[in-house]
Design a protein around this ligand. Structure first.
Ligand code: ADP
Length: 164
């Protein structure tokens, strides 16, 4: 049995994330999606648009067909979260070449901290390579159409968040 975690901010979850989740669910016996909870971590690392509870709900509503996947908040080092979840693998998505340098450094840092945990990166599908939480939020903030980029529940929440 190989257990994996897929950690991230997911602010909010978009179709690029959901594609990685669906593909990782086929590769691993159990997948735990780790939603980083900046508030609980008590560190001003990054400002988020949606609370961790809301980001978790957005994901849960889109993974009901995946029986081996669950979502949890976390507020610790990713390797510590992997240990707590009993996972031997950290899944990450790679979009464009600029992601590579960041992921490469992170993977080596995590390897130093926990050599027994491996990082598996899945290449983004071509149609999702431009998608990020920031891009989606910026388009939605100016009333742009994000219906091809995010699931319906997230589209509705973005409309509500940015309505004037
Ligand atoms: P973002 O805010 O950039 O979407 P997250 O921190 O939520 O980033 O990302 C969590 C993980 O999902 C990271 O491994 C990231 O590289 C990956 N990811 C983000 N966007 C995509 C995408 N469009 N396609 C595939 N993987 C992605």
């Amino acid at each position: 049995m190989v257990h994996a975690i897929y950690p991230g901010t997911f602010d909010p979850v978009h179709n690029g994330h959901l594609d990685i989740i669906n593909r990782a669910a086929l590769l691993f016996d159990q997948l735990v999606i780790g939603v980083f909870d900046h508030e609980a971590a008590g560190k001003q690392i990054k400002k988020v648009a949606f609370s961790a509870a809301t980001r978790i709900q957005f994901i849960e509503q889109n993974i009901q067909h995946l029986s081996n996947v669950r979502v949890m908040p976390y507020n610790m080092l990713t390797v510590d979260f992997a240990h707590a979840a009993g996972a031997a693998v950290i899944v990450r998505g790679l979009r464009v070449f600029s992601d590579f340098e960041f992921e490469f450094r992170m993977a080596h840092a995590n390897q130093r901290l926990a050599p027994e945990i491996d990082v598996v990166t899945l290449l983004a599908r071509e149609e999702h390579t431009f998608l990020s939480g920031t891009t989606v939020r910026e388009i939605a903030a100016f009333n742009g159409d994000v219906s091809t980029m995010v699931p319906a529940n997230v589209e509705a929440a973005l409309k509500k968040l940015y309505q004037t």
